[in-house]
Design a protein around this ligand. Structure first.
Ligand code: R5P
Length: 293
């Protein structure tokens, strides 16, 4: 039986203290549902507002990419330094410890390989699978101007609808064909189309000229892909410029796992993205950690 003797004599309703209604820290995301916001807050750090996503989903169309031949050996030791892991369900189930606390962004589109037309993708994961795997977002490639442009956009809108039903955000990845121009005008077009059609956040490439117009005209957060491997200082400069010009983080793969010292590089990228370190200071962190290792 409940102990009635010790019950506090009076209740305190704090009637003179108005309840605070806080906004959500990510741009364009305040009207989303609680579950959607909570998942986004596991991808983006609520303190810095930014994320360091470690991308190693390349195998879904490229096979055993350089640096990803043995994910258990080369990638698993890096997991602790990432905020979010971007990967396929095959690698998640076979190689990633289920005890990980890292948020998962699941590659949810696929179909063609590097031997065929890449824009001919379909949705490659059921929404039930995403729920089962407890993912924080689903990633879909969108090929604006590509041969299968409309199909890839419809893949995205379908995932957005399914994800909205269960509170799972959709990351639209703006993919660029081999012969297409990568400039601010193109990325303004691609990111805006995806955002208007419901993507919760975007991945795009950094461009030297006018990147700030890409982020400012996109109503939801943008993260940048790393792209091909470049020297570490150059990659850190790119990440820093992107953050200074309005990006909310990076989704970086080859510039991490193809680095001479991947763990050091990932920590240096974190310093730029979360702590606002200059590329030069972050490069020093990289060199120090590399030498220590
Ligand atoms: C490629 O299609 C994948 O979506 C990668 O996750 C993305 O390109 C980021 O990797 P990287 O930094 O190597 O470009």
């Amino acid at each position: 039986m409940a102990d009635l003797d010790d019950v506090k004599p009076s209740k305190e309703f704090y009637a003179d203290v108005p309840q605070e209604t806080e906004g959500f820290f990510l741009k364009g995301c305040n009207s989303l549902d609680w579950g959607m916001k909570n998942r986004l807050a596991r991808i983006f750090n609520p303190k810095s507002g930014n994320t360091v996503m470690l991308a190693f989903d390349h195998g879904y169309f490229m096979g055993a990419t350089t640096g990803l031949e043995r994910i258990d050996i080369t990638i698993n030791p890096l997991l602790e330094y990432a905020d979010t892991l971007m990967l396929t369900r095959g690698i998640l189930r076979s190689l990633i410890p289920a005890g990980t606390e890292k948020s998962i962004v699941l590659r949810a589109s696929g179909g063609p390989s590097i031997l065929s037309e890449l824009s001919n993708e379909g949705i490659a994961v059921d929404i039930e699978e995403s729920i089962r795997l407890n993912v924080c977002a689903m990633a879909v490639q969108v090929f604006i101007g590509g041969e299968y442009e409309k199909q890839s956009i419809m893949n995205m809108t379908k995932l957005v609808d399914l994800g909205n039903r269960y509170g799972i955000p959709t990351l639209a990845v703006t993919a660029v064909g081999k012969d297409m121009v990568r400039d601010a005008k193109y990325f303004r077009l691609a990111t805006r189309i995806c955002a208007e059609l419901g993507a919760h956040y975007l991945k795009t490439y950094y461009v030297d000229e006018g990147f700030e117009t890409v982020t400012s005209s996109c109503p939801v957060p943008i993260v940048i892909a790393g792209g091909k491997k470049r020297p570490e200082l150059a990659a850190l400069k790119m990440a820093s410029n992107a953050i200074q010009q309005g990006a909310n983080g990076v989704d970086m793969g080859r510039n991490i796992f193809q680095s001479d010292a991947p763990a050091a590089m990932l920590q240096a990228v974190r310093a730029v993205v979360h702590d606002g370190e200059t590329p030069e200071a972050a490069f020093e962190i990289y060199e120090t950690l590399k030498n220590e290792a």
